[in-house]
Design a protein around this ligand. Structure first.
Ligand code: COS
Length: 377
């Protein structure tokens, strides 16, 4: 076993740490208030190569392995989980094309995110969350076109993307075997952005409703075969889940470092609260949980990079790291006491941001089902 990173991975991590320190951390609370990512930051993220992390070299991308991408997300997560989510949504949307798209589709989709534009993965609907197969958006074949009708909700980057992967059902009677994936461009007539969600956390990220009203798209934009959409969505979520884990680890680490610093400085009963054993126990538990979560994330990514089956490990990494982020950030607020509950410190933001990690890209209840299914069947 080798726990070392390559010189390239270490250089990448250092570059992202510098980007985060200069361009993200100082503005994290401001973006949390405004509920928007700074447009200047999107430009900086593009210049730093953060918006096309999953694009292979043959399509003019960086061709990174999953471990390297996880290291990047961990650092972004330390700075702001909302920014990390914005970046990660481009990766999420790229996987259906990466795993199942044609060469022309890859050229088209990757050239958009290579040029600094945003992408979105549109699966969820008001009636199809955990039950992803229940997508009601319809796709009706009409000559060389499909006509899409329906509404998507909770779509990360929905309002700021230029290109979307939209899941619709092309054969209603076939249930999940009718689900089909399509590339939809934002300027297609009939396609519009609806309600912008006012969220508890990850407020720098954009989350919108999408409306498809007789959207005619060329059949050439269909990804894979008709009815292959459910499997494409599941493979995409397998690939993306360790990265939610990586963001969770970074978020938990940032909160932990705040608690360590605060506990050394804050004095009660005439000494730093770090000298009290009940505080020490919380610090030790946080450190253990974060380290365990980090190792699960790296292992799932390493398995993916080795070409091994990794769906179970991806779900474990996402679930454990998200639960860790929630537990750690809650305890960090506790260590900071009354101050942790105010907006004078980022502790309460970390706690609000952590909650979504247990919900999006498959709730932690769904992750447990995926893990159990992989063990039992
Ligand atoms: N990779 C490839 N194929 C997969 C797969 C995976 N990870 N998981 C399931 N499949 C295939 C199965 O092999 C099965 O194929 P066959 O019909 O050919 O045998 C098909 O998909 C259906 O699988 P299954 O019966 O397990 O599906 P379920 O309806 O029971 O759903 C869960 C499984 C609940 C795990 C799935 O719906 C899910 O992950 N839901 C969460 C969705 C989600 O994460 N939403 C968040 C919003 S998107 S950001």
């Amino acid at each position: 076993m080798d726990f070392h990173f390559t010189p390239d991975q270490l250089a990448l991590k250092k570059m992202v740490q510098e980007l985060v320190a200069k361009e993200i951390t100082p503005y994290a609370l401001e973006m949390d208030k405004t509920g928007e990512i700074r447009p200047e930051l999107l430009k900086k993220l593009d210049e730093a190569g953060m918006l096309n992390l999953t694009v292979p070299e043959e399509y003019d991308g960086p061709g990174l392995d999953a471990v390297s991408i996880a290291l990047i997300y961990e650092e972004l997560g330390k700075g702001c989980a909302g920014v990390a989510t914005t970046v990660a949504a481009n990766a999420l949307a790229s996987y259906p094309v990466l795993t199942s798209g044609t060469d022309e589709q890859k050229q088209k989709f990757f050239s958009v995110i290579n040029s600094g534009k945003m992408a979105a993965f549109a699966l969820t609907e008001p009636g199809a969350g955990s039950d992803a197969g229940a997508v009601a958006t319809s796709a009706v074949k009409d000559g060389d076109y499909y006509v899409l009708n329906g509404t998507k909700c909770f779509i990360t980057n929905g309002g700021i993307a230029d290109i979307y992967v939209v899941f619709a059902n092309a054969r209603k009677s076939a249930g999940i075997r009718g689900l089909t994936a399509f590339i939809v461009e934002r300027d297609t007539p009939g396609f519009s952005v609806g309600k912008d969600e006012d969220k508890m956390g990850i407020r720098a990220s954009n989350t919108c409703e999408l409306i498809l009203d007789n959207v005619r798209i060329p059949a050439a934009n269909r990804i894979g075969r008709e009815g292959e959409g459910f499997k494409i969505a599941m493979k995409t979520l397998d690939a993306a889940r360790p990265f939610v884990g990586a963001v969770s680890v970074g978020l938990a680490q940032a909160a932990f470092e705040l608690a360590v610093k605060y506990s050394r400085e804050r004095e009660q009963f005439g000494k730093p609260i770090a000298s009290f054993q009940l505080v020490q126990a919380m610090i030790a538990d946080m450190a253990m949980q974060i380290e365990a979560a980090r190792l699960l994330v790296y292992k799932a990514c390493w398995m993916k990079d080795q070409g091994l089956p990794y769906a179970k490990e991806a779900a474990m990494a996402k679930c454990f790291a998200a639960d860790t982020a929630m537990k750690v950030t809650t305890d960090v607020v506790q260590v900071l006491g009354g101050y942790g509950y105010t907006k004078d410190y980022p502790a309460e933001k970390y706690m609000r941001d952590a909650k979504i990690m247990q919900i999006y890209e498959g709730t932690n209840q769904i992750q447990r089902l995926v893990i159990a299914n992989n063990i039992l069947y």
